[in-house]
Design a protein around this ligand. Structure first.
Ligand code: THU
Length: 162
């Protein structure tokens, strides 16, 4: 038996330490977060994508009385992005959250389904998508979705290019 480990490297930085570009992207995520349709959870999430063209695409969570019909902010943004800018590459994704019910100071990390969707487009565009997670006291930066979804599903049968 061999014991194997996976090490994940990410940065923890203060908002003021971020580049102007990253600060701007987080501000955009904050703005769209506050327009979320989160009438059931009161948990507001915003996602801002920066494309290689310089375009910015925004999304927020959209809830539904039939709960499984809801969609997270990240997927709202990414699906809109790939529908409207199919040839652009996504360089960065900033995510921010706010709870109306109670103070929420933590970073919000994308759910498993969102990680899978981000991973799909990162693989397809063949360049990493930087993930920027904003909390009240720190900002976490991951270089690639691979760091949030290690050992992701891949198969030579479906993806014979590799
Ligand atoms: N949510 C997101 O939009 N993104 C995440 O990364 C985690 C959760 C949404 C789904 C639901 O509308 C609300 O937050 C509470 O789970």
């Amino acid at each position: 038996m061999k014991k194997k480990t996976i090490e994940i490297e990410y940065q923890s930085v203060q908002f003021e330490e971020l580049s102007q570009e990253n600060q701007m992207l987080i501000r955009k995520a904050d703005e769209i977060r506050d327009k979320a349709y989160a009438v059931y959870s009161d948990f507001y999430v915003g996602a801002a994508l920066l494309l290689d063209s310089g375009d910015i695409v925004l999304g927020n969570n959209q809830e539904n009385i039939a709960f499984p019909s809801s969609l997270c902010a990240e997927r709202v943004a990414i699906f809109y992005c790939k529908a409207n800018y199919p040839n652009s590459k996504i360089r960065k994704l900033a995510i921010t959250a706010k709870s109306i019910k109670e103070a929420y100071n933590e970073v919000v990390t994308p759910c498993g389904s969102c990680r899978q969707v981000i991973s799909e487009y990162e693989r397809n565009q063949n360049s990493p998508i930087e993930i920027i997670l904003k909390g009240q006291n720190e900002v976490l930066i991951f270089k690639s979705i691979n760091d949030l979804l290690p050992l992701s599903f891949e198969t030579l049968v479906i993806n014979p290019k590799k």
